[in-house]
Design a binder for this molecule. Structure first.
Ligand code: ADP
Ligand code: SF4
Ligand code: MG
Length: 338
């Protein structure tokens, strides 16, 4: 990736939520929801962020969109005027012109749309807020956006309750596209939808990426969903990235035991080709009290003594992969065939 191609570069991102106790609300600890996360996304690329619930995916997304202020780290964004700006330490006023260039698609299409607004008002709101065009111009743009997300024009004056989950997610996507963003952060955009509808929304996102050159940060708790959307996948565990790889390589030959376990749950068409399902015992560790050494060691079937005391660094290799596991070189882990 050359610098001009990189839309987003996250470096050493941390988000700690203080834990306060007692009458004086003294800080007694921190929930280290995101703890030293770095990655890059190129123009037209989809990077998926995957991990069980509680791994820090949403917190990472909210930091990037500056819904919350990071504790540390840099979030370099390349603006549409080809300037690199660090979103992490910008003020509200400085952020305003950037907000339209980075947009969010939410997980729950049922609660993310205001039930008292018509579809035209919901999709047109970002235009109104940013003072773009008069009423007629905005209606025209809304019509265009409905067409882009393949919804009939006649829906304009209806309210969200009239629509299915998939249709609502299309409305959410149209709204996110209203201001021609470069980057879309999609936090579990299909998790609340039926499997058949998931594929339609994913195909729409792929089609839009092709047509508009969008970059996506695609968040999911499930690896099966990301296979067809992502160019690369970053696997997160307790606030850290434990493995990054191009999608095909990650599915074929995972290098981190956590990735292997997540992959073993991915459905495959031919059951004979399925590696044995690895049941992950226990819960994701508490980011307020992460286990010493490798945070995954209490659940790892390959853990050795060293894993209990020494945290493995994320080590990059030449093939565009990176992994944080002491045993990455020697283990031969099972992926998904085909
Ligand atoms: N505002 C907050 N205050 C305290 N802890 C939080 C807050 N938001 C998230 N967390 C904690 O941070 C961790 C990561 O949460 P989250 O980013 O939502 O994970 P994910 O999206 O991967 O499920 C969880 O342990 C969660 O409880
Ligand atoms: S460092 Fe050790 S505990 Fe952690 S994933 Fe690798 S083998 Fe498992
Ligand atoms: Mg989440």
């Amino acid at each position: 990736m050359t610098t001009e191609q990189i839309v987003l570069s996250v470096e050493g991102l941390k988000k700690y939520f203080p834990i306060r106790r007692g009458l004086l609300r003294r800080v007694v600890g921190n929930v280290k929801a995101v703890d030293d996360v770095s990655f890059k996304i190129a123009r037209g690329e989809t990077l998926s962020l995957v991990g069980e619930s509680g791994c820090g995916k949403t917190t990472t997304s909210r930091c990037i969109l500056r819904a919350i202020r990071p504790t540390a780290g840099a979030i370099q964004f390349r603006t549409d005027e080809s300037r690199n700006v660090n979103v992490a330490d910008m003020t509200r006023t400085e952020l305003r012109p950037l907000r339209r260039q980075m947009q969010m698609i939410f997980q729950d299409p049922y609660s993310s749309l205001n039930p008292r607004m018509t579809i035209a008002d919901i999709i047109g709101e970002p235009l109104l807020v940013n003072g773009m065009g008069d009423l007629t111009a905005r209606r025209l743009r809304v019509a265009e956006l409905l067409d882009v997300v393949q919804l009939p024009l006649a829906y304009m004056n209806r309210f969200p309750h009239a629509f299915s989950g998939g249709q609502r997610q299309r409305i959410g996507i149209a709204r996110a596209l209203a201001l021609n963003p470069a980057l879309i952060v999609a936090d579990e955009p299909v998790s609340a939808l039926d499997v058949s509808v998931q594929a339609q929304i994913i195909n729409l996102m792929l089609d839009l990426q092709d047509r508009l050159g969008l970059s996506y940060l695609f968040v999911a708790h499930d690896l099966s969903v990301v296979k067809h959307v992502s160019h690369r996948v970053a696997v997160m565990y307790v606030g850290r990235i434990v493995e990054v790889a191009p999608t095909a390589a990650l599915f074929r030959s995972p290098k981190h035991p956590y990735t292997e376990a997540l992959l073993s749950a991915v459905p495959v068409p031919d059951p004979r080709q399925r590696a044995r399902r690895i049941v992950l015992e226990g819960e994701v560790a508490d980011p307020a009290r992460p286990p010493p050494g490798c945070a995954f060691h209490p659940r790892c079937r390959y853990a050795i003594e060293r894993c209990r005391v020494e945290a493995p660094p994320l080590v990059e290799s030449e093939d565009g992969r990176a992994v944080a596991c002491h045993r990455a070189e020697e283990l031969d882990l099972s992926g998904v065939v085909g």
